[in-house]
Design a binder for this molecule. Structure first.
Ligand SMILES: [Zn+2]
Length: 393
């Protein structure tokens, strides 16, 4: 494989200032080469799945819960978001259940009676999995576009699968045309681990240094990895983490393989993260955004004068982008993408589109339509008028 590969995910627990210890940085972290043992684990599962696949599937029809060895295949043309990603569960004769996911024909009756398949067994869906069950050995839920493998409770698995599937639809609805993205040929994979202990072990296989992330998108496998147990400090809800990482995943897998896994370089890293941070709110209906904690942290920083001038923010590369920069970017993006200036919103999205296509978007000034100093003054004024000038709690 060669070269450097990057995980794009929050590193938590940075020191200092308001929200102490609650920061994060998506610093580029060199990935280890995939160890042979890891390949073996996946290999074993493929063999197990192949054995399952032999039951009742027409010859040549791939198993809808097949765990791919590499990132989902790129599609250069066709519908942006097909009704169902391959391997198509309907083609395999599977039944749609819970208005969400699919079960094999031989399991459909049992499912209707409250039994779910775990490996070779059918077990009551309310029955907790044995504590030692690894993420690859627990529940498998295949929705129209997502393959979720997890060892959390079945009820939580259903919630996460529903959110993941909805997020795919929301991203394409909101930005499919504007960003010129296309869902890959295969379902995208999400691994949801029950405990931080397992998540840390999982990460240790892939990342060269210990990190306290809540989730990450691994560009080498195309998989989003999420931990259901929140980080001890500064965690966002899993919904925000899932939406953020799946946005990276959907955008990255929408690029030809030769450009995948490339974190955007300066001066555009803020925008690559900005679109993902903004996506943490996609689907929110209540008055409080899912990632409202970012706004609270940024307000405290702003009040104390600990924020980065935009000229500094937009010049930061991945390795210099810390948690507070994500929070600040969330504030700025909320103005860039939702303020009443459709032409400007279109220019911001065009810049993301250019980056995805490997083109230069020009200057940040041209994208936002004024000097960075003027933009900064206007953004902070909007923000203060929205949230007040008094000392935040
Ligand atoms: Zn990110």
């Amino acid at each position: 494989m060669g070269g450097k590969w990057y995980g794009l995910r929050a590193r938590r627990g940075r020191k200092g200032g308001p929200g102490r210890g609650s920061g994060e940085t998506h610093a580029p972290v060199p990935f280890k080469p995939l160890p042979a043992r890891r390949l073996l684990v996946h290999g074993c599962w493929l063999l197990a799945l192949a054995a399952t696949a032999c039951r009742g599937l027409p010859p040549g029809v791939p198993h809808p819960e097949h765990l791919p060895l590499g990132p989902a295949a790129w599609r250069a043309e066709g519908e942006r978001l097909p009704a169902r990603a391959a391997p198509d569960p309907l083609l395999a004769g599977w039944t749609r259940v819970d208005d969400l996911h699919y079960v094999a024909p031989e399991d459909a009756d049992a499912y209707a009676q409250g039994l779910v398949r775990v490996g070779a067994d059918l077990v009551p869906r309310a029955q907790p999995l044995p504590t030692e069950t690894p993420v690859e050995g627990g529940h498998v839920l295949r929705t129209d576009h997502v393959l979720l493998r997890t060892n959390v409770s079945y009820e939580l698995a259903l919630d996460v699968a529903r959110e993941a599937e909805l997020h795919v639809q929301r991203v394409f609805e909101a930005w499919g045309e504007a960003l010129d993205i296309r869902f890959p040929a295969d379902a995208v994979v999400v691994l949801l681990m029950a405990t931080r202990e397992e998540f840390a072990m999982h990460l240790a296989h892939r990342v060269a240094e210990p990190v306290g992330w809540g989730a990450f998108y691994d560009a080498t496998t195309g998989i989003v990895n999420v931990c259901a147990e929140p980080a001890p400090r500064g965690a966002l809800p899993w919904t925000a983490d899932l939406r953020h990482e799946m946005t990276h995943q959907l955008l990255d897998l929408s690029r030809p393989p030769r450009r995948r896994g490339q974190a955007f370089g300066a001066p555009w890293f803020w925008l690559w993260e900005g679109i993902a941070v903004h996506a943490e709110q996609l689907g929110d209906t209540g008055p409080r955004p899912t990632n409202v904690a970012r706004y609270g942290r940024f307000r405290r920083r702003l009040y104390m004068g600990q924020w980065a001038p935009l000229r500094d923010l937009v010049a930061r590369e991945a390795r210099d982008f810390e948690g507070r920069h994500y929070d600040q970017t969330a504030s700025w993006m909320s103005v860039l993408l939702t303020a009443d200036d459709p032409a400007r919103t279109a220019r911001v999205l065009q810049a993301v589109r250019d980056l995805l296509a490997g083109r230069s978007p020009g200057t940040v000034e041209a994208v936002v339509g004024r000097s960075l100093e003027a933009e900064e003054a206007a953004w902070l004024e909007t923000w203060r008028s929205r949230f007040g000038r008094r000392r935040p709690r």
